[in-house]
Design a protein around this ligand. Structure first.
Ligand code: SF4
Length: 265
């Protein structure tokens, strides 16, 4: 029987609460992605409601895909889950997806951009360089390999960052390479960052975050299995990480810290 869990996250003066049903067994974070995705969706819906209270409406809509040409960071458990998803695709679809992964990886070969963006932790001093690399990545206008006919072909399983990246500014502003005129939805507890934080604390030798376009290559190399834990403990850890990210966001918004909650992972 599943265990009901309630995560309460303090975001400044407000308290948000999300519910989850968790099975009481050992699991790794890859197994728990559906629960984590559901918590992420709930937090994003709360953020959308809060934005609506400030008369800000989400302008993202189906078929609008500018963000699918940007650098998409994923955590290690997401990388393994997406790899499994590709492996389970029917042969024709899998071959097409694999070909798109190869093509986009070729486009970034020898540019140094993936290394600049993903191979060192984000510190405050790095931000200008990382932002320049993010803009250079976007300027190459390479579609995510999961984009098919202007639609996300893995919509239900899309990474956390894709779930929480929404804008309240006019959709046409999103094509601005420098991000000028783009106003992102504020999701103070940033589930994508919280997952990266707990995943990266488990094994020091692993990569905390990697580009989505690199997941097939990265998961093809021999790796130790992901760490197992009692599932409710993972979700409690995720809740603590969400609170830490909410605290960071509040400090940033008060002008006394970083990173920008609406900035890159
Ligand atoms: S996973 Fe889907 S939503 Fe995310 S960038 Fe790729 S196509 Fe777009």
């Amino acid at each position: 029987m599943n265990i009901p869990m309630s995560l309460q996250i303090k975001q400044g003066e407000s308290l948000v609460q999300v519910e989850a049903e968790v099975y009481p067994f050992p699991a790794d974070l890859q197994d728990l992605m559906p629960i984590i995705q559901s918590i992420s969706d709930d937090l994003v819906n709360i953020a959308i409601r809060d934005a609506a209270d400030e008369n800000k409406a989400i302008s993202c809509k189906s078929g609008c895909t500018a963000c699918c040409y940007m650098a998409v960071p994923v955590s290690e458990p997401e990388a393994f889950r997406l790899r499994a998803l590709v492996d389970e695709m029917p042969e024709e679809q899998r071959s097409a997806v694999q070909a798109r992964f190869s093509s986009v990886m070729d486009a970034f070969q020898n540019t140094g951009l993936l290394e600049d963006l993903f191979q060192s932790p984000l510190t405050e001093d790095d931000i200008p360089k990382k932002m320049a690399s993010l803009h250079a990545y976007y300027a190459k206008w390479q579609p995510c390999p999961f984009l098919e006919n202007n639609r996300c072909s893995i919509y239900e399983e899309r990474p956390l960052i894709c779930r929480e990246f929404m804008v309240t500014s006019p959709a046409e502003n999103c094509s601005n390479i420098q991000g000028e005129g783009v106003e992102r939805l504020l999701v103070p507890s940033r589930p994508a960052r919280a997952l990266i934080a707990i995943a990266s604390q488990q094994k020091e030798s692993r990569q905390a975050v990697l580009p989505l376009i690199q997941i097939l290559e990265w998961t093809s190399e021999p790796r130790a299995p992901l760490q197992q834990n009692f599932a409710p403990e993972w979700i409690a850890l995720f809740g603590s990480a969400l609170q830490a990210k909410a605290d960071e966001s509040m400090k940033y918004l008060a002008g006394v810290g970083y990173p920008d909650p609406q900035g890159p992972v």
